[in-house]
Design a protein around this ligand. Sequence first.
Ligand code: GLV
Ligand code: GLV
Length: 327
Amino acid sequence: MKPSVYVTRAIPEETLAALRAHFDVEVNPDDRALSAGELRRAVRGRAAIVSLLTDRIDAELLDAAGPGCRIVANYAVGFNNFDLAAATARGVVLTNTPGVLDDATATHTMALLLATARRLAEADRFVRAGKWHGWAPLFFLGQDVDGKVLGIAGAGRIGRNVARKARAFDMQILYADAVRNEAFERDVGARMVDKETLLRQSDFLSLHLPLTGETRHYIDAAALSRMQPSAVLINASRGPVVDERALVAALRAGTIAGAGLDVYENEPELAAGLAECENVVLAPHIASATRRTRLDMGAIVARNVIKVLGGEAPDCCVNPDVLRPRG
Ligand code: GLV
Ligand code: GLV
């Protein structure tokens, strides 16, 4: 009998075909995220689960899957939906999809930055509403991007990719991270600074931090108050890295000038008042949403599941302790 793999929501057909070549694959037939209870029932007895960032993978879920479950492969690079310790304690390998979505995510980050600086979403609404009466010298003035300071919070693969793209706009790069990256500094002329300096000196501040206990509300009311009134905040990482209610208050008060957001604290809900702010560009968590990228993410997912169920180590394990021999 082939091992049983459960996929919590439809992903590209090519990925499902790669999995079906080796396993019995069942896919959630509904195009919606399952509730925790539905998920627990669906995963019972599975050898592998392909999960989404909207699925909470914790002790309860893993116990519901049972002792035969060997891998949960996230169809995402972020993995804050995983309880790493619970999986490690149960010998379950957890994987993500790093690398293949850096370009798509960084390009989307730049799109948000440019759109926010040049008020593109607001301008689009204006034109569609029939309010435009022709060219005027002081009409719809936005912000310069060229030569401005881009602050990168979190200089991982995606943050560094954004910085490289921003160099084409002659942006000066500052970054804050736990570790210094001299190759990155040479590559884009970036300068490492502390968080305080990053907040105070960035014309545009872009967040590329994983969501952890420490990064939750990295941008809170106090952080916003240190930013320049002309500053723009960009977030295509995880919503809870920003205190969204504090952000709405800051946008209303003019503490900062604008924000470009792809992610939200309580998706798909928005904080009260956010949608009414003209100076924000809002995207529905689509930074990696290109056809090629989603196929490449699927290829990594399939490879990880095939390797782990075949007794090999996966390409990208986010709880590597689980792979160490047990004493
Ligand atoms: C998307 O948000 C991802 O983590 O892949
Ligand atoms: C603007 O359209 C210009 O020609 O300056």
